[in-house]
Design a binder for this molecule. Structure first.
Ligand code: KIV
Ligand code: ZN
Length: 388
């Protein structure tokens, strides 16, 4: 039996707040329904107190989503928490997510308070939120840079106050995987009531480590990961949902954890989010990039024609991409050209492979990638020469 890791999606909150143009109400509903179809456990739909538009979309998402818990974000103040509860109460079950900073720099410079005042605000916020729902998440903003004694103290107090999930964000993407995993291990070793709550992580990608840090935290015992589709979010973004989900799927035996993500929905959801958010996905992005399942080197292509697991650790079909692509380039061998001609409906006797390959290489040297239409044009040209 594997341990379940809860997938908390924040595409519509952390992801959306980083877009140059905000999503329309209908676009948010489309994304929420796609996330539900993808099998995420929690959808953070927005920050209801921030604007009437956000309140309305959180409320409508709470109405239409049935198979995931809908959540709203609030600072650790009553007005924010009340707005969350008002927006979400249409749902049978909902989560209020409240947060406050815990690092020295945030407490002293941003909040201009003492740590004990911040702790009191957190405790009050959690208790207040518990009046509206039994599902309350508390986040220690900038936990990654918080002195460990203070972090342990805050986590213990939040759980005592009634938090059912405690989230440990690496808000500025500063920690390294072994360091972040170490923070989670220390919490498990030092906080006496830690087993009363789910420990969650929320990692940003400023050093490109959001997925690695989230994975290290899961290996240290965290059982909720906060992430976004295509990794969108503040600055360099958040932990990418498709990457973390496919790590846990591909390495399930090794990690002994799993998620409820319906991975065949990944490509479709990624495309939708990319289009609606106007955020192109880089071609070499793991799992969902255009090149994630395409092979260019002749040696790799030869291997792929013999057995797909020579150069693929998961199938494209498993993430909803129709098939592996073998790019026709000057590195491609004759057997790949022959294979492509077969898939285009041509048998060996229909053309002269040596002639075709020679012309193909000349073209590939000139233009880089050669497409099916180019191959057929070479073939057509050679047949014309015979007729002439
Ligand atoms: O990055 C962060 O710390 C956040 C919190 C609100 C969870 O987004
Ligand atoms: Zn964040």
């Amino acid at each position: 039996m594997t341990d379940k890791v809860i997938i908390f999606d924040t595409t519509l909150r952390d992801g959306e707040q980083a877009l140059t143009a905000s999503l329309s109400f209908h676009e948010k509903i489309q994304i929420a329904l796609a996330l539900e179809r993808l099998g995420v456990d929690i959808i953070e739909a927005g920050f209801p107190v921030s604007s009437p538009g956000d309140f309305h979309s959180v409320q409508e998402i709470a109405k239409v989503v049935k198979n995931a818990t809908v959540c709203g974000l609030s600072r650790a103040v009553e007005a924010d928490i009340k707005a969350c509860a008002d927006a979400l109460k249409v749902a049978d079950h909902f989560r209020i997510h409240t947060f406050i900073s815990t690092s020295d720099v945030h407490v002293q410079k941003k909040l201009r308070k003492e740590f004990s005042d911040v702790e009191a605000m957190a405790v009050h916020a959690v208790k207040y939120a518990r009046q509206f729902t039994d599902d309350v998440e508390f986040s220690c903003e900038d936990a990654g840079r918080t002195p460990i004694d203070n972090l342990c103290r805050m986590v213990e107090s939040a759980i005592k106050a009634g938090a059912t999930t405690v989230n440990i964000p690496d808000t500025v993407g500063y920690t390294l995987p072994n360091e972040f995993g170490g923070i989670i291990s220390q919490l498990f070793n030092r906080v006496p009531n830690i087993d009363k709550a789910i420990i969650s992580v929320h990692c940003h990608n400023d050093l490109g480590l959001a997925v690695a840090n989230s994975m290290a935290a899961v290996q240290a015992g965290a059982r909720q990961v906060e992430c976004t589709v295509n990794g969108i979010g503040e600055r360099a973004g958040n932990c990418s949902l498709e990457e973390i989900a496919m790590i846990m799927k591909t390495r399930e035996q090794y990690l002994n954890v799993s998620t409820g993500i319906k991975h065949q929905e990944i490509a479709r959801t990624s495309k939708l989010v990319s289009q609606l958010c106007n955020m192109p996905v880089q071609p070499n992005k793991a799992i969902v990039g255009a090149n994630a399942f395409s092979h260019s080197s002749g040696i790799h292509q030869d291997g792929m024609l013999k057995a797909s697991n020579t150069y693929e650790i998961m199938t494209p079909e498993s993430v909803g991409i129709s098939k592996t692509k073998l790019n026709l380039t000057s590195r491609s061998g004759r057997h790949v050209i022959k294979h492509r001609m077969e898939s285009l409906g041509y048998q060996e006797g229909d053309y002269d492979l040596n002639y075709l390959y020679e012309k193909f290489l000349k073209l590939a040297d000139k233009k880089g990638q050669v497409f099916d239409d180019d191959l057929e044009a070479i073939l057509f040209d050679s047949q014309q020469k015979v007729v002439d």
